[in-house]
Design a protein around this ligand. Structure first.
Ligand SMILES: Cc1cc2nc3c(=O)[nH]c(=O)nc-3n(C[C@H](O)[C@H](O)[C@H](O)COP(=O)(O)OP(=O)(O)OC[C@H]3O[C@@H](n4cnc5c(N)ncnc54)[C@H](O)[C@@H]3O)c2cc1C
Length: 376
């Protein structure tokens, strides 16, 4: 028997799930195809940070929509996703950092964000246990925060199933069916064909491979990142702390007291290999304790690897493609969890109504990729 769907989503990560949720809310019968289990890719390896402090109008608008949806999730899902607005504090250790925070804050404020440029003393009011050595100031946005990725995944799965749609697990898409430049569906590794005239590529770090199956070359490259989590600590701070130095890191304290964090490896580590390294464990511990000396008494419970999916300019591709009916939402860098509620909504508008919600050049596949995000 041939299975047919109104829309097929390749990838059961947070982007595929939020897109499937929105498409199914609009009445489409959606099939999400996931080669492992939902969240297996980057999604359940992420640290759950959510911020609106970006340097472009489109990303800020995207994140305002996301935050508004995170605020409503508990009501929609019927359980908490641990969404908590404890803020984001970016620390500055050079005049260049401070200047770029000031420059970007004008745009952020003009779009309605509560952005506060802070002296060192004001940074210490937000995080009293912060080591102030070499610190020159910071920028703080109290409305940013965190949520628990596992709960958000669970909520979307629940709602997708309620909407007459399904998540097919442990099935790998091995080819995309195209006739006369129009998508017809996908072929699974089992040989089964699934039919639909809408296919969304939401395969995260593997999105470049899925695009290739459709004959498209898109610059999406996986890169390795690692994270750690400590045991529960007394409540020390509310905010995500971001240290932008080349040997910096970023971390937050979860609502249950655990501290979770990462750093960006220099040089970057291309590929989908996700082993947890001893080097990361040692470095991350040092960098965390350098900022919050009190955390030297914390024990690291676990550390792990995952993939970012990178594009040349750090912004995702959220667009239709040159093949009719074939869409993409991928290349999320370190922002796919926070972007996901808005991306689900906006890609479903693009798919169903052929409408971009606002000036969309930053996310189109045929853009000039030479720009870089100032607040990576
Ligand atoms: C250490 C770390 C920390 C992070 N911290 C944050 C953070 O604080 N905030 C934030 O917003 N983001 C963060 N991120 C980034 C975030 O995790 C990703 O951007 C996001 O999860 C991407 O979601 P996705 O759905 O695009 O990809 P994924 O979650 O990777 O989902 C893609 C899915 O596609 C499936 N798939 C691939 N190929 C096929 C195929 N052929 N057939 C069927 N299925 C297939 C995969 O199995 C996978 O489950 C972090 C990432 C890492 C690694």
């Amino acid at each position: 028997m041939n299975r047919c769907f109104d829309a097929i989503v390749v990838g059961g990560g947070i982007i595929g799930l939020s897109s499937a949720y929105q498409l199914s809310q609009k009445g489409l019968k959606v099939g999400v195809i996931e080669k492992n289990f939902p969240g297996f890719g980057s999604t359940t390896r992420c640290i759950g940070g959510i911020r609106q402090q970006f340097s472009t109008e489109a990303s800020i608008k995207l994140m305002k929509e996301s935050v508004s949806q995170f605020q409503q999730m508990e009501e929609i899902f019927g359980f908490s996703v641990d969404f908590y607005q404890g803020g984001y504090l970016f620390l500055a250790y050079s005049q260049d950092n401070l200047d770029s925070f000031i420059k970007v804050s004008h745009l952020q404020k003009s779009l309605g964000l509560d952005i506060r440029l802070l002296s060192v003393a004001e940074c210490l009011e937000i995080v009293p246990c912060l080591n102030q050595e070499n610190l020159m100031g910071g920028v703080y946005s109290p409305d940013d925060g965190q949520a628990y990725p596992f709960k958000v995944v669970e909520g979307y799965i629940q709602e997708i199933k309620k909407n007459n749609s399904s998540i097919l697990t442990f099935l790998e898409v091995s080819d995309i069916m195209i006739e006369k430049n129009k998508v017809m569906g996908v072929i699974l590794g089992t040989g089964e064909k699934l039919y639909s005239d809408i296919v969304l590529n939401a395969a995260g770090p593997w999105a470049g491979e899925i695009s290739k199956m459709a004959g498209l070359e898109l610059p999406i490259f996986p890169e390795k990142h690692e994270a750690f989590i400590t045991d529960r600590q007394e409540h020390l701070f509310n905010t995500m702390i971001v240290d932008y130095r080349s040997d910096g890191c970023y971390f937050q304290q979860l609502v249950n007291g655990q501290v979770i964090g990462c750093y960006t490896p220099v040089p970057n580590q291309p590929g989908t290999e996700v082993n947890a390294s001893r080097k990361f464990l040692i470095e991350m511990s040092k960098r965390t304790v350098r900022l919050i000396p009190e955390l030297k008494k914390a024990n690291v419970l676990r550390h792990w690897g995952g993939s970012y999916s990178m594009t040349p300019d750090g912004s995702p591709f959220i667009d239709k493609t040159d093949i009719n009916g074939f869409y993409i939402a991928a290349g999320m860098s370190g922002h796919g969890f926070m972007f996901s509620p808005a991306i689900g909504k906006f890609i479903s508008d693009i798919i169903i109504d052929d409408q971009y919600p606002f000036h969309w050049d930053e996310f189109k596949i045929h853009r000039d990729c030479s720009r870089t995000e100032l607040m990576k």
